[in-house]
Ligand binder design. Structure first.
Ligand code: SAM
Length: 406
């Protein structure tokens, strides 16, 4: 039986109507006619009968097997329009007006951090990403999204997996490019014994890593794993959150700096290690609030060693349980907020109840963003403009920054 694709799901599956209800179709585009076996409401291996004019040949040789990308069969223009439409539809679903919107798409080979999986097998080791909807590890020597530096370390990850991995469990290697070279935060597997510790430390030297940690224990700290945030240099704790590409980070920071405008006192909530706080300190005093003490410490150190910045204060605080209250918010002319995927319901409720005139909301989840936006619009804010950021090329992931004023 043939199915016609009507739209994409939030996971970028094609969605068609079948006799027994909705059918999800892997790697299909709107307007296409496909056929295939429906198992549990899904066609995993569709045959494309009528292709979309937006269909392109996937540029990556690993696309069929690797589960890291889901949009390589679509043109760049289609993907950009679809990601903006995901945000538009999330707002429309709540009856909210959609403002002016632009998109910034990171170039290929620009991801500066990625988590590789390592597994021992009968024959040796596998290091790469998971296959589609599977825990099989697929090797990705020609991956198109990662910075070359990240791929250059895969042979070391094989050696580390052979040493400390097992056939039952998997090791997650979070690899990040810093100004001082690569750093690896490994987790999983057994804690290395003293002999393995020594060998891993030798590997860190041989591959010239800036830092290597395993299950949060630092094995080698050869150079400070510095990240540059505006004029400040910060050494984040192992595996700490960072924006995925320099390009995406620059687009978000430029948006936030322009949106904050002439505000002199700014709060940066869910501040991480200072991605926004430190560049904003070039134009305003900033109070940075973050749940992880290791991150606020790193931010504070970075500010203390930088030259030419306004004052930055830090506070370690759980903003889900103890959001900033209206009397605390009254000290600021603008707030930047960048919560995790769950959004910032409690904090946004306090912002709505406060007199704050200007808010920059950065979000990695259009659905929770739209929920928070509704609360803000009900409290008299206007959603002025939106920037969609695609720093997870070829994935279904959508990020955005929005300016609210009142
Ligand atoms: C999306 S990241 C943004 C970090 C930073 N703004 C950046 O761009 O690098 C969200 C941050 O919120 C922090 N976080 C998560 N839950 C929190 C909570 N309940 N209270 C305060 N911070 C929290 C995380 O540690 C993380 O640094």
């Amino acid at each position: 039986m043939n199915y016609e694709i009507e739209r994409l799901s939030l996971h970028a599956d094609g969605v068609a109507r079948g006799p027994d209800g909705t059918v999800h179709v892997a790697m299909a585009l709107p307007g296409e006619v496909v056929e295939g076996d429906v198992v549990d409401g899904r066609i995993a291996q569709p045959k494309i009968i009528i292709p979309s004019p937006e269909r392109v040949k996937a540029p990556c040789p690993h696309y069929r097997s690797c589960g890291g990308c889901v949009m390589q069969h679509a043109s760049e223009g289609f993907t950009a329009a679809w990601k903006m439409d995901v945000v538009r539809q999330a707002l429309i679903a709540r009856g909210l007006a959609v403002p002016e919107m632009t998109i910034a798409t990171s170039p290929l080979q620009s991801r500066r951090r990625a988590t590789f999986s390592g597994r021992r097998t009968k024959k040796g080791t596998l290091v790469g990403f998971h296959a589609r909807a599977s825990d099989t590890v697929v090797e990705i020597p020609n991956c198109l999204i990662l910075r070359r530096e990240l791929l250059s370390i895969v042979s070391m990850l094989h050696e580390a997996t052979a040493l400390a991995g097992s056939r039952k469990g998997e090791i997650a290697f979070a690899v990040t490019l810093s100004e001082a070279g690569l750093e690896i935060a490994a987790s999983g597997g057994k804690d290395p014994d003293p002999a393995q510790f020594e060998t891993l430390s030798g590997l860190a030297r041989q591959y010239d890593l800036a830092r290597l940690s395993w299950n949060a224990e630092v094995i080698a700290a050869r150079r400070p794993a510095i990240q540059q945030f505006g004029k400040a240099q910060v050494v984040p704790p192992p595996g700490a959150f960072l924006q995925a590409t320099h390009h995406g980070e620059a687009a978000l920071v430029a948006f936030a700096k322009a949106a904050v405008g002439s505000a002199l006192h700014v709060a940066d909530l869910f501040a991480g290690c200072g991605t926004f706080a430190l560049p904003l300190a070039e134009q305003a005093e900033v109070h940075a609030v973050e749940g992880s003490a290791a991150m606020t410490d790193a931010l504070d150190q970075g500010w203390r060693q930088a030259q030419g910045l306004h004052r930055v204060t830090t506070e370690t605080r759980d903003l889900f349980r103890r959001p900033l209250l209206p009397d605390e918010l009254a000290k600021f002319d603008a707030v930047v907020i960048d919560p995790p995927r769950a959004g910032a319901q409690a904090q946004v409720a306090e912002i709505a109840a406060s007199g704050l005139p200007r808010l920059v909301h950065v979000s990695c989840n259009p659905v929770t963003f739209a929920r928070d936006a509704e609360t803000l619009l009900d409290a008299g804010f206007t959603l002025e403009k939106l920037l969609v950021v695609d720093q997870f090329r070829f994935s279904a992931h959508v990020e955005l920054a929005a300016l609210f004023t009142r």
